[in-house]
Ligand binder design. Structure first.
Ligand SMILES: Nc1ncnc2c1ncn2[C@@H]1O[C@H](COP(=O)(O)OP(=O)(O)OP(=O)(O)O)[C@@H](O)[C@H]1O
Ligand SMILES: [Mg+2]
Length: 222
């Protein structure tokens, strides 16, 4: 009798994933984060959601300073440092411990937001910005970044439908937002392995379908 082959069960280790969501205000980031969160719930994968600026007690205070329309005269470098201080605290206090514990992290904005808004939007030299981010985040780079590419008018219409009062950044002129949108696409083209660019102009069910197709190989099966 031939010996029966031993059955080897291949357990693929599931590594936690750090996924960031980027795009101009009103493009649909929160909507897709909720979509991924309920997907992870169904597959019983633990996760933590974060938002920037903020996400920690210290960071939420910095968020208040950054978004307050009373601070319209804020210096560009001050703005970079405040966003980055909030992010440094978030990485140290929430993101790194979560990843270490085996949870996924779903982040509403991260380093790319500073590169897009302050680098492209405020037209600051990107090299020191990148070096500062590397240092402040302890060199933590996302595994995947979802960029929701959406027109300025579409995003503005979605926000006004929500009765949202514009914050200091949202009150910026149109050309600023155009630079940010183009900047995000530029960043995505520089790092195609990390970025997943979705056409967020499409109706929501189609955006969700595109998102699910892109993440099918990344999210573990239930
Ligand atoms: N593809 C879509 N088509 C139509 N409406 C959408 C689409 N995506 C999101 N929305 C709606 O647009 C509004 C803004 O979406 P959401 O809050 O997810 O954007 P956001 O990027 O998180 O905005 P913010 O930057 O202000 O937090 C919501 O009311 C949402 O339901
Ligand atoms: Mg949101």
């Amino acid at each position: 009798m031939r010996p029966r082959p031993s059955i080897r069960v291949q357990m693929k280790p599931i590594s936690p994933k750090f996924v960031t969501f980027e795009g101009i205000d009103g493009c649909g980031k929160s909507t897709l984060i909720d979509e991924l969160a309920s997907w992870l719930d169904r597959t019983r994968v633990p996760y933590v959601k974060t938002r920037e600026p903020g996400g920690t007690s210290l960071g939420e205070k910095i968020r208040g300073l950054l978004l307050d329309p009373a601070h319209r005269g804020m210096n560009r470098q001050t703005e970079v440092l405040l966003y980055t201080a909030s992010r440094a605290q978030l990485v140290a206090e929430i993101i790194l411990p979560a990843l270490k514990s085996g949870a996924w992290v779903l982040a509403d904005r991260y380093i790319d937001a500073t590169l897009a808004y302050q680098g492209y939007g405020r037209e600051l030299d990107p090299d020191p910005l990148r070096r500062l981010q590397h240092w402040a985040t302890q060199a933590l780079v996302p595994d995947k970044t979802v960029l929701l590419d959406c027109g300025i008018d579409t995003a503005a219409a979605r926000m006004s439908a929500r009765n949202h009062r514009p914050d200091r950044i949202e009150m910026e002129e149109r050309a600023f937002h155009e630079r940010v949108k183009a900047g995000y696409l530029d960043l995505a083209s520089l790092d195609p392995g990390r970025f997943i660019v979705l056409d967020a102009e499409k109706p929501l069910p189609e955006v969700i379908a595109d998102f699910r197709a892109a993440f099918r190989e990344i999210v573990p099966a239930p």
